[in-house]
Design a protein around this ligand. Sequence first.
Ligand code: 5AD
Ligand code: SF4
Length: 469
Amino acid sequence: MYSYKLKSNELVKKASKKFYIESYGCQMNFADSEVVASIISKEGYDSTENLSDADLILLNTCSIREKAEITVRKRLESFNKLKRNNKNLKVGVLGCMAERLKSKFLEEEKIVDLVVGPDAYKDIPNLLYEINEGRNAVNVILSKDETYGDISPIRLASNGVTAFVSITRGCDNMCTFCVVPFTRGRERSRDPKSILNEIKNLEKSNFKEVTLLGQNVDSYLWYGGGLKKNFKNASDLQKKTSISFAKLLALVAKTFPKIRIRFSTSNPQDMSLEVIKTMATYSNICNYIHLPVQSGSDNILKAMNRQHTRSEYISLIKQIRNLIPDCGISHDMISGFPNETEKDHRETLSLMNEVKYDFGYMFKYSERPGTLAAKKFQDNIPEKIKKNRLQEIIDLQQEHSKLRTEQYIGKVVEVLIEKESKKSNLYWAGRNQQNTVVVFPKNSHKLGDFVKVKIKECTSATLIGESIN
Ligand code: 5AD
Ligand code: SF4
């Protein structure tokens, strides 16, 4: 293995190669691309944002819905011309589609030379050697302990202010619609020491906000390593000294009082009262929770194998609002799950009316091969009905978002400046704690400043104001 590495280093150093990487899907994929960039840089490759300069093009892919996969296949097609013009160009696919399709990817998309699943990125140096020798290469082995905790990610396309830090990988929830347990494997948590170390380095480089990432962050549990499901067999000492998500959150908040902390994604059944109390205790943990529910109907929640009922979910929302009255809350919702009746759909709308979310991410059900829902149910809701129901959900969310943003008018919010506003170079854009976008005139403020902004106007998605400090 070592000689492979040497050879591949020699090969690429002489040629001083460049790689281009593009990410699709969730924040985790974007964070993983930064791990991959770090691994590839050590092989002598420089990153480029220009496709035509690249010797290696990598797509970090998503399988969550069929549409996400179609987008990737179209993108791959668009590289055909580049490959015709540059015979040495190599194309690799990473991430969830790589894991789902495995070596079938090479048969289905002839342009692909390299297929690497989400737990196999450390093998990329060897795989690069293979493809540079003219052979296709595949590694899609899922791991029980890989967390990439020892790799310092290279921040790609970074604003220098906000960064993702992954804390768990995989998911054990087995929601019936979801491909993630198959593409990302079982749940495992990262050593808190390496998490703190990564954040310390970010702070040193002047970053101001971190988002702790995992498919299911509330289920974070460090007891010395290993799969979450094996915790029950851990020693008494391991159990006694274990670190839960609430403890990790408090540790990060205490260690870095000047850093703003967010986390994503939460699962209702795993979110503990302790987490909510910790959020309420530390002012640098943002008052915002992304709490996907997927449906407001108990029948559908059950068929989805969500581990909570509608009323348990509503109790959780009440608890959050009791302890953190100004907490921003967002959701994920799916329309047209198999056998969803009009009544089930109405229950989704009524749940939304009860919670009045700040915003949400809304999708039509897309059957994913190999999932429990694909095996057990027929995808029997006609496309037109799925689409109409989705539109009703989107329209209602739009109303609620407007209600929520209007509540900020006349109030002062704290904004971290992240970038220039898309609409005007005279305005800064950032987010308040509740994750709503705020724009305001630049004055003398700088990127990365925390600014108090008085809100004057709003749309359903954006607050517009003026700084008062
Ligand atoms: N079809 C539609 N939406 C899906 N999601 C996950 N799987 C599917 C699917 N098969 C949505 C869920 C999840 C979000 C990341 O994507 O709402 O929370
Ligand atoms: Fe897409 Fe889910 Fe994989 Fe993220 S974990 S890339 S959302 S399939």
